[in-house]
Design a protein around this ligand. Structure first.
Ligand code: HPA
Length: 243
């Protein structure tokens, strides 16, 4: 099976809906198993990989990022469209907003972060444009065609989780230039680049970050906002897959 395009589903995106004749596959890699679904959309095979696994049982630091990306590459994937639930650092970036992120700040701590170890000759990959500019433009064009408001560009701060951040951390991220905060884009985007795959992420703002409004933040709130808005990401992705 050869598939050029893949969707990585984050929090609240577990279902390969809209892919025809889809089947689950477990792919054995040197980094462990990756579980994905392959189906058809508009006559083309498309891979769907829910990064948190069935029933959201994998915390962000437990996701087998290397196995997932290795498996996608082995399937022939060259374009990855990822979703991400994020908190907003700014009062004027409202829950429900979609952001096509273009930069990241890495605050992860304990994850395997590269394929270049264990004796493999090291390549230092360029990170000038970490989220593929070509795919970002495609997504922006699709959003315009579908009349879906999106914020084009934004800096994704990746924290280790699974806890949410403290208000002091959020104030620091704001001063550093962060716009949205999530727990999974790193190392996913880095590993995709190491394997030469284009990777773009559409972040759905599910909440204000801790300390912005003073309200207590819950995982349920993140899931609820995602559930009410995920159809917009689906519309955007499936329209982009046709481009
Ligand atoms: N912080 C980190 N990750 C998240 C958040 C948040 O506020 N919301 C959704 N994912």
């Amino acid at each position: 099976m050869n598939a050029k395009k893949a969707i990585i589903g984050g929090t609240g995106v577990y279902d390969p809906k809209r892919l025809k004749d889809h089947q689950q596959h477990t792919i054995d890699t040197p980094y462990g198993n990756a579980v994905c679904t392959i189906g058809e959309y508009s006559g083309e095979p498309v891979v769907f990989l829910p990064r948190h696994g069935e029933g959201h049982h994998l915390a962000p630091h437990q996701i087998p990022y290397r196995a997932n990306l290795y498996a996608l590459r082995a399937l022939g994937v060259t374009e990855i469209y990822a979703t991400a639930a994020v908190g907003s650092v700014h009062k004027n970036l409202l829950p429900g907003s979609l952001v096509i992120v273009d930069q990241f700040l890495d605050f992860t701590k304990s994850r395997p972060l590269t394929f270049f170890e264990d004796g493999r000759p090291v390549t230092h990959v360029d990170m000038t444009d970490p989220f593929c500019g070509r795919l970002r433009k495609k997504l922006a064009k699709s959003a315009e065609e579908k009349e879906l408001p999106v914020v084009y560009g934004g800096t994704y701060v990746c924290t280790e989780g699974p806890r949410f951040e403290t208000p002091a951390e959020i104030r620091m991220f704001d001063r550093m230039g962060g716009d949205v905060v999530g727990m999974t884009a790193v190392p996913e985007v880095v590993l995709a680049k190491e394997l030469g795959m284009c990777y773009a992420s559409v972040a759905m703002v599910t909440n204000y970050c801790s300390g912005i409004t003073g309200d207590v933040l819950t995982h349920q709130e993140v899931l609820d906002v995602m559930a009410n808005n995920v159809h917009r990401i689906r519309d955007l992705f499936f329209h982009t897959l046709l481009a």
